[in-house]
Design a protein around this ligand. Structure first.
Ligand code: SF4
Length: 635
């Protein structure tokens, strides 16, 4: 008998040729009455499940581990039992002798597999990884630089490079097990036995149509039909039985041991129906996190909901001690200068901006800016944090001239322009983000502040800052900046319409990008300041939540070196307590700050007061630069 359901399940699947046999007929009755299927990129498919926009998805297994606590449909997968043909390491030199690897960023599972295989073959070392689009990766192969090539581009390059390592084959030779790339995954209870039956039926129908799929794809891409037929019949393996489960468990274990994925367990939907599943205790989770083991987003959510403040603090403090055993808390002498308050974006949480033409709108003159910079030099400061609104008339030359002038006259570091401002300039000039960053870097830009991240979940962004860039765009600017060698901070402003899950997902997105680029130096978080002039109600906030949130960040962001205490919004005393909740940095000496202070929060501290606070909290204090090098001996 059919199980009653109020609405069809929202399903998503990777839109690749090798996924088609698992999706056949799902868009037609009777399946379409129960399942609404959309195809998208692997990252987008994973995002929809993580952000509850899809109930289940045919998704990469690495993304499933990162989300954590998902269930898998038994019997259906995209995998291989030997050579897979579409996931290749290529080079002009032997693969094990490569120094650098351009990686196609479209598949995290393949990237993790490549890293594991290379480490196993090279005694633990791996080449330097450089992210890029598939075609760029192929074109970059030269000398000691190889590439990871995935999907159609891999099928197209047969015979082009003298050295090729098929990662399916390499895995099978290493472990003797099949490899699973993707499977139908969802949160517990989202897929019923009837749904599983529909998916199994779709697979049977799809396997029978593999030649047709291959021929259609050949007509579209120009790839030889015989190659594609062989690929779907011989290389790709669509079962998920005991051997495949062992292969997937081995992959999860190896990746967790290497610190590349959270420790994940393979759990099937049908197991849940037979027996209840026991979760690790909170103590186990906290101990694992304190030891540096990677947590999934589901585990982060669980800690957020259930762990005590005290236990979170102890675990986060253990991470701080492990990462920074010297007992030193750093701070920086710089100045936050908001060069304009004119902005076209009207974020609902912002009391600082004025729309173009408003009588209170300003752009600071060189004389006003110069006076501020001179004070920084006078105070022994090392950099300017320069941010402002999205002014419709300030062109890239204005910023270039300003940056050159600051460098020439004041010799200060320039931590300037958040991703939103970079994107704004790119749009205004009709230029790529990388060209804008190149020009600004040439003019003196040293690093990119992580402002404007708010919460990197688009549902939240659309509500609080409709005209702001999407999460992917924000992360995309940071990716380009990091690949150019620029460093940046990462931030989070929570406490509007965000949920605990949104806040954890935000951290996971930062962690994922950090895995790829290693460009984030530090993380800071604070809650929405809603006292005056803002146009949105406060959500979750308060000191306890701030401390919990920062501790969770310290536990989840295992690959980010530093966490800063946000005393500007929380007050100096809470800032000191935050040093026992995972923070190892006290941020910036505050000359002025306009965005937060426009909303009514006005804590200020000079360098001497900061050092006193740091010492009173039981640490030594040291000044730092933007890269967290100590500029003074800790004392
Ligand atoms: S937060 Fe930034 S982008 Fe949004 S309105 Fe304020 S100044 Fe403009």
């Amino acid at each position: 008998m059919s199980e009653a359901r109020a609405r069809p399940l929202r399903a998503a699947a990777v839109g690749y040729l090798n996924a088609r046999p698992l999706c056949e007929g799902l868009d037609r009755e009777p399946a379409s009455g129960r399942i609404r299927l959309d195809c998208a990129s692997p990252t987008e498919v994973a995002r929809r499940v993580a952000e509850d926009e899809a109930d289940f998805a045919l998704m990469p297994v690495a993304a499933a581990a990162s989300i954590g606590d998902l269930r898998i449909v038994r019997g259906c997968a995209i995998g291989c039992k030997g050579a897979v043909r579409s996931i290749l390491l290529v080079g002009e030199r032997p693969i094990d002798a490569l120094d650098e690897l351009s990686i196609d960023l479209s598949s995290r599972t393949s990237v993790v597999l490549a890293r594991l295989v290379l480490r196993a073959r090279r005694g633990g070392s791996e080449p330097r990884l450089i992210g890029g689009a598939p075609r760029e990766a192929i074109e970059s192969v030269k000398g000691a630089r190889g590439a990871l090539i995935i999907g159609d581009p891999a099928l197209e390059i047969l015979g082009r490079f003298p050295h090729v390592l098929d990662l399916g084959l390499a895995w099978s030779e290493w472990t003797g097990l099949p490899f699973v790339f993707a499977a139908w995954c969802g949160r517990a209870g989202s897929v019923s036995s009837e749904d599983e039956h529909l998916l199994e039926t779709a697979k049977r129908a799809g396997l029978a149509r593999r030649n047709a799929f291959a021929d259609e794809h050949a007509a579209r891409t120009g790839l030889p039909p015989t190659t594609l037929r062989a690929y779907l019949h011989q290389a790709i393996h669509y079962d998920l039985g005991d051997d495949e489960q062992k292969g997937l468990e081995r992959f999860y274990d190896e990746a967790a041991r290497a610190g590349l994925l959270p420790q994940a367990r393979v759990r099937f939907f049908d197991e849940d129906r037979r027996s209840s599943v026991s979760l690790p205790s909170l103590d186990t989770l906290l101990a694992r996190a304190a030891d540096g083991e990677r947590l999934s987003s589901a585990e982060g959510e669980r800690l957020m909901a259930q762990a005590t403040l005290f236990d979170l603090g102890l675990a986060a403090d253990a991470v701080r001690q492990r990462k920074h055993p010297e007992g030193v808390v750093t701070y920086i002498v710089d100045r936050n200068v908001n060069y304009t308050n004119v902005c076209t974006t009207s974020c609902r949480f912002c009391a600082f901006y004025r729309p173009p033409g408003h009588p209170e709108g300003y752009v600071l003159s060189r004389a006003e800016l110069g006076a501020k910079f001179a004070e920084v030099v006078e105070a022994g400061g090392v950099q300017i944090l320069l941010q402002g609104g999205l002014h419709p008339d300030l062109r890239i030359e204005w910023y270039e001239d300003l940056f050159r002038w600051i460098k020439r006259e004041y010799k200060l570091g320039l931590h300037a322009l958040s991703p939103e401002e970079i994107l704004h300039i790119a749009r205004l000039e009709g230029m790529s983000v990388s060209r804008v960053l190149e020009r600004l870097h040439e003019a003196g830009l040293d690093s990119v502040p992580g402002g404007g991240a708010e919460i990197l979940v688009d549902r939240v962004r659309r509500t609080i800052a409709k005209a702001k860039c999407t999460s992917d765009e924000w992360l995309g600017v940071m990716r380009v900046a990091h690949h150019m060698g620029l460093r940046s901070s990462a931030t989070m402003m929570y406490g509007t319409v965000d949920t605990p899950r949104d806040r954890v997902l935000h951290l996971i997105k930062i962690r994922d990008l950090q895995d790829e680029t290693r460009g984030f130096t530090a993380f800071f978080c604070w809650d929405f300041q809603h006292e005056r002039g803002t146009r949105i109600d406060p959500g979750d906030h308060g000191t306890v939540l701030y401390l919990r949130q920062q501790a969770i960040a310290r536990l989840l962001l295992d690959n980010v070196d530093h966490v800063g205490a946000s005393w500007v919004t929380q007050g100096p005393e809470v800032g000191q307590v935050a040093l026992r909740f995972g923070a190892d940095d006290f941020g910036s000496v505050m000359f002025e700050e306009n965005v937060v202070s426009s909303a009514g929060t006005t804590f200020c501290m000079n360098a001497e007061a900061m050092e006193r606070r740091i010492r009173a909290a039981g640490f030594k204090a040291a000044r730092r630069n933007v890269r967290y090098d100590w500029l003074t001996q800790p004392s």
